[in-house]
Design a protein around this ligand. Structure first.
Ligand code: COA
Length: 379
């Protein structure tokens, strides 16, 4: 049974994403992540993940147009979001709002490939709006109607700021971050989504399962924990004493380690560079400098590499994004990968139902309460 956690178990065949943990390579449908991060856009990557090939100009324009047109939320969902508790975690609010969307989509239970592709488009377009509205509503601000123009990254930043035009560096930085987070083979949330989809439940239910799994601190929740740690450390001088305290308390250092990568996470390579550039641009390189020292120390002390969540934390912080929106931003991106996997699962489905090795007791005889109490007393 090994260490559990399905480590190294191949649980599906998939043509979407390949992770080579030894070589530190990440490939979407045949294209290296370094190539895509440098040359592509998030919309182009969405097309790639859903179709297995890069789009022509007109195909990209069509998908971009569909994503632009589907940004608005049903008014009932906005009204319900206004009634959510102000202190609700954004991931709770996101999970709930996405679940609500299905009740306002006449195609929700329609299982044809076309209808499911429509749902992929709608959810990918609407999740950024939901995340921005969560922040606006909890801060007592008016929600802004999304424009049917510009990229998904631009639209999200525009909505989040309450209707200000975002600057080009922020748009491109977020766009690259979205490309880097878009898919990662059978990560926990994608697997959760595929398990749900394999019961032939609807697209929304599979997405809600994935969001629930992403929320955990061992998965997407790690990026928020990283920035909290950096803030708690506060200064470059405090990094090492703080790390020593964490080691002594047997605490995990968030943003380090990975189930598959045994070397540098290729997504961290880009995010490290972005963190440095954004620091220089803002004139405050403290977060990057602290991150570098943490990275070198954890590598030397524990032999662990930084993962995608480590440098995304300082990148989002320098983009001025509220800390508890980091994991929802991961969801904005990963929705594209979840959709690709849910569609792939529906297209060639078999129920996912593994077995457990039973380690409990056997052959016990039922006894009435009085005797059970006696048994407890004996124990
Ligand atoms: N900090 C300190 N020690 C860590 C660690 C971390 N971030 N990640 C792994 N380790 C240690 C474990 O304590 C364990 O040590 P042990 O063998 O002495 O008990 C060993 O490395 C193996 O770790 P394990 O938790 O079994 O690996 P895993 O494959 O089950 O877990 C993660 C992978 C990602 C869940 C794990 O590395 C982790 O919790 N990282 C922090 C959370 C995080 O950044 N998640 C985002 C992933 S992209």
């Amino acid at each position: 049974m090994g260490k559990g956690g399905l480590e190294d178990v191949v649980a599906a065949q998939s043509a979407i994403c390949d992770v080579d943990g030894t070589a530190g390579r990440l490939v979407y449908c045949g294209y290296d992540i370094h190539d895509l991060a440098e040359h592509s856009t998030f919309e182009e990557v969405i097309y790639l993940l859903w179709n297995g090939r890069l789009p022509s100009k007109s195909e990209l324009a069509t998908l971009t147009g569909q994503l632009q047109k589907n940004r608005a939320l049903p008014k009932e969902v906005i009204e319900a979001m206004k009634k959510f508790p102000k202190e609700a975690m954004p991931m709770e609010a996101l999970r709930t709002a996405v679940s609500m969307l299905s009740m306002y989509d006449p195609e929700a239970e329609e299982m044809s490939p076309e209808a499911n592709l429509h749902k992929a488009v709608k959810l990918t377009a609407q999740i950024p709006t939901i995340v921005a509205y969560i922040d606006l509503i909890r801060n007592g601000k008016e929600v802004v109607v999304p424009k049917e123009e510009g990229s998904l990254a631009e639209s999200f930043l525009y909505l989040l700021s309450g209707g200000k035009k975002p600057d080009e560096t922020a748009i491109r930085s977020l766009d690259i971050a979205l490309i880097l987070h878009a898919d990662h083979e059978l990560n926990a949330s994608t697997f959760a989504g595929r398990v749900a989809a394999a019961t032939l439940t609807d697209f929304y239910s599979a997405t809600v399962a994935a969001i629930g799994a992403l929320k955990g601190p061992l998965h997407g929740g790690a990026n928020q924990e990283v920035i909290k740690m950096l803030i708690e450390m506060g200064t470059v001088a405090n990094v090492k004493p703080h790390l020593d305290k964490m080691y002594a308390n047997h605490e995990k250092v968030m943003g380090f380690g990975h189930r598959v990568y045994k070397t540098e996470d290729p997504r961290a390579t880009h995010l490290r560079k972005m963190s440095e550039e954004l620091g220089k641009r803002s004139g405050d390189t403290k977060w990057f400098e602290m991150s570098r020292i943490i990275e070198e120390s954890v590598k030397a002390d524990k032999g662990l590499n930084a993962n995608v969540d480590f440098y995304s934390a300082s990148v989002y912080y320098m983009l001025g994004i509220p800390i508890d929106l980091y994991t929802p931003i991961f969801a904005i991106s990963r929705m594209s990968g979840w959709a690709a996997h849910i569609l792939e699962q529906y297209a060639n489905n078999r129920l996912i139902r593994p077995r457990a090795e039973y380690t409990g007791k056997r052959d016990l005889k039922w006894v009435p309460f009085e005797k059970r109490q006696q048994l407890e007393a004996v124990k």
